[in-house]
Design a protein around this ligand. Sequence first.
Ligand code: SF4
Length: 312
Amino acid sequence: MCKSGIAGAILSSFSAPESVYSGMYKSMTSKTALNRIDSGYLPYHWDLNIYRGCAHRCRYCYALYSHDYLQGGDFFQDIYIKENIAECLEKKLRSPYWKHETINLGGVTDSYQPIEAVKKIMPDVLRLLIKYRTPASISTKSKLLLRDRALFEELARVAGAHVAVSVTTLDEALRKKIEPASSSTKERFEILEAFRGTKVMTGVLMMPVLPFITDTEENLRDLFRAAQAAGADYVIPGLLNLRQPTRGHFLNFIKTEFPEVYEPYLQYYSQGQDKKPYRESVYARISKLKKDYPLSPKKNPFPRQHGQLELF
Ligand code: SF4
């Protein structure tokens, strides 16, 4: 059934087998599978989120705002499952008007957060993308993606697939503080390695670079070295952007866990602060590292048919 929208979501309790999940999850039905995005800077125009909210609990999570459109609750604790997403997606993809544009899988959630091990929605989504020859991109922090490796490889053969991992540090103690419930950074790089020699394009989203915490030469070098070793096709860095409600959530975290940089954070993220000098210094460091650790990207197998994939 594919009939009620997010605003009018039908919510009911969902009981996952693992007691650890109890109380966190709610089912909902969705009107449409895809959200149209015309940002002007993203290399795709469609986004598909099979969940709302995310149990990975990254301290800097940029997507907290997305819960404002639901019936409230905590982004990390009250997670909605779009039970009818595959049905809605097929309705869209089988339309004669569908242009086979790239779909991003999870702009405001991680499609492979822990509940996906139980729900297994992603395999259905990937089978539909294969059936309707529609390219897709995804970014994750979870090794669970490898469960569906064969499906990504098949999608790459018939339409095009980009698999990226987002990373901030290889320092596990630090990673556990800022991304407490995701796979280790090493495991994320292993995802990319698993696609070596396939048609799947692989990338590293080196973001967000956290000022005064993960912006050191040593940390950035470790990540570039690991990206090269894992055979990544591209690396895209990005600095931390604090918009509400992430701003309050993250600054509270900094105050508690990194009090020594709390004042510099308040100053750097204050209104009217000229961020250009700092931004330029970080990007200068990154440009040098890009030269020190050159990548050997594979040729995009569908450059003409699906030009937008080239923009990664
Ligand atoms: S994995 Fe992404 S969506 Fe999930 S908490 Fe982290 S930043 Fe937010």
